[in-house]
Structure formats: structure tokens, C-alpha cells
Design a protein around this ligand. Structure first.
Ligand code: PRP
Length: 203
């Protein structure tokens, strides 16, 4: 039995569709239930940012999570496979009419992703003041809370509709299959077998 942490929303849905294709049965969470128990798997529905914690502490053997979250959390996990779903970018964004001055001694950035932001501006040898937010990041520069943002861009609609532009792309992201290090030893055969089945479907 493998337990699998999935991030609520579209990635969970698309991951379950991959499992349906492989095993020829329906995998669907009932209404508001957060656990889906089948013959071979126990699926857990968690918040995207929480997937690494469930897997790190072995509450789940494996998980599916965006590379952006993996980079941000930087936990000691086994990265197995890029599922190629949930594609997006992590970008620096600013108001369309504003030129970002990278020569400033310090820039104020609103973001959910403090670590990615810190690393990115450190590499540029720039001081950064981070304002940690939990959502609606695009609002911050519009009302003077920050000079710019670091956030996920998928279609680009949220930035566009709020008068923001992408200044620079920090990284590309997509959903990855990850495993707990102990589970990867204890349940190696099961995990490798699943890994091979998923790789085959993705080809
Ligand atoms: C994410 C992200 C952007 C938006 C980007 O927010 O933080 O706001 O999606 O998508 P787009 O480029 O297709 O417009 P999410 O929907 O997760 O909500 P949040 O504001 O609560 O983070």
C-alpha cells in the first residue's frame, strides 16, 4: 500500500486521470472527503504548499507537487519524475508603467515565495525587503505595498488584468513526483513499479 499526497485542485485531478489510465479504474474523492482509499493506494488531498511536509514526515510515501514549491521548501526528498502537468513560471512582476531599477540598494518585493525571492536577489547582489503574503499577490504593487512581486504566472491573465508585466522569469515549474527517503527504501519495488507505469503513460 502506497500513500500519495496530492495538491487540491487541477493537479490532483490530472494526476488521478493518469492513475485511471494506468489501472483502468475510477479514482475519485467523494464530495468533501480528504482520503481516498483504494485496493492499492491511499490518496490524501492536501494544500499544494503542504505536500512536502506530508512526504517529509512520511505521512505520505510519495506526493505530487510543483517544482516551485520544492525549490521554496528545499526539503530532503527524493525527486522521481517530472509529470509535465501544472506548468507555470515563477516571475518578477511590476506595474506596466514602472521601470524596475535593479541598481537600487534595496527593493521591496511582495511574495508567497520568500526563499526563492531571497536567493534570486542575492545572486544579483541586491538587498531585498520581503513582504510575505498568502494570496492576491498582484494587488501589492498597485497599492504601494511593494515595488514589485515574485509570483506564479500561468496564463498571465491575472497580471495583465491588473496592469502588471513580467519583468523577468526566475524559473519554470511543473508538477513533480516526489518520495520520502525511507519509503523509497522500504517500498522501493512498489514505488519503482509505479514510476515505470507513469513514465510509460507520459511518453
Ligand atoms: C496563482 C498565482 C497568480 C495566478 C496566476 O494564484 O498566485 O495569482 O494564479 O495565474 P494566471 O497567470 O493564469 O492568471 P492562485 O489562483 O493560486 O490564488 P492566490 O492568489 O490565492 O495565490
Amino acid at each position: 500500500m502506497l500513500s500519495i499526497a496530492l495538491p487540491k485542485g487541477r493537479i490532483a485531478k490530472e494526476t488521478l486521470e493518469i492513475f485511471e489510465k494506468i489501472f483502468g479504474e475510477e479514482f475519485k474523492f467523494e464530495d468533501r472527503k480528504l482520503i481516498l482509499q483504494t485496493d492499492g493506494f491511499k490518496f490524501l488531498l492536501v494544500r499544494n504548499q503542504d505536500v512536502p511536509s506530508y512526504v517529509l514526515h512520511q505521512a505520505a510515501d510519495i506526493g505530487v507537487v510543483g517544482l516551485d514549491v520544492l525549490e521554496e521548501k528545499d526539503e530532503d526528498l527524493v525527486r522521481l519524475l517530472d509529470l509535465g502537468i501544472g506548468k507555470c513560471k515563477v516571475c518578477v512582476g511590476a506595474c506596466v508603467d514602472k521601470e524596475l531599477d535593479y541598481s537600487l540598494p534595496e527593493i521591496t518585493i511582495a511574495t508567497k515565495m520568500s526563499n526563492i525571492t531571497q536567493k534570486f536577489f542575492s545572486k544579483k547582489a541586491m538587498g531585498v525587503k520581503i513582504i510575505k503574503l498568502y494570496g492576491s499577490i498582484e494587488l501589492a504593487p498597485l497599492v504601494g505595498l511593494s515595488d514589485a512581486i515574485v509570483d506564479i504566472v500561468e496564463t498571465g491573465d491575472t497580471m495583465r488584468q491588473n496592469g502588471l508585466k513580467v519583468v523577468e522569469t526566475i524559473m519554470d515549474s511543473s508538477a513533480h513526483l516526489i518520495a520520502n527517503k525511507n519509503s523509497f527504501i522500504e517500498k522501493k519495488d512498489e514505488i519503482i513499479s509505479l514510476y515505470e507505469k507513469i513514465s510509460k503513460i507520459l511518453e
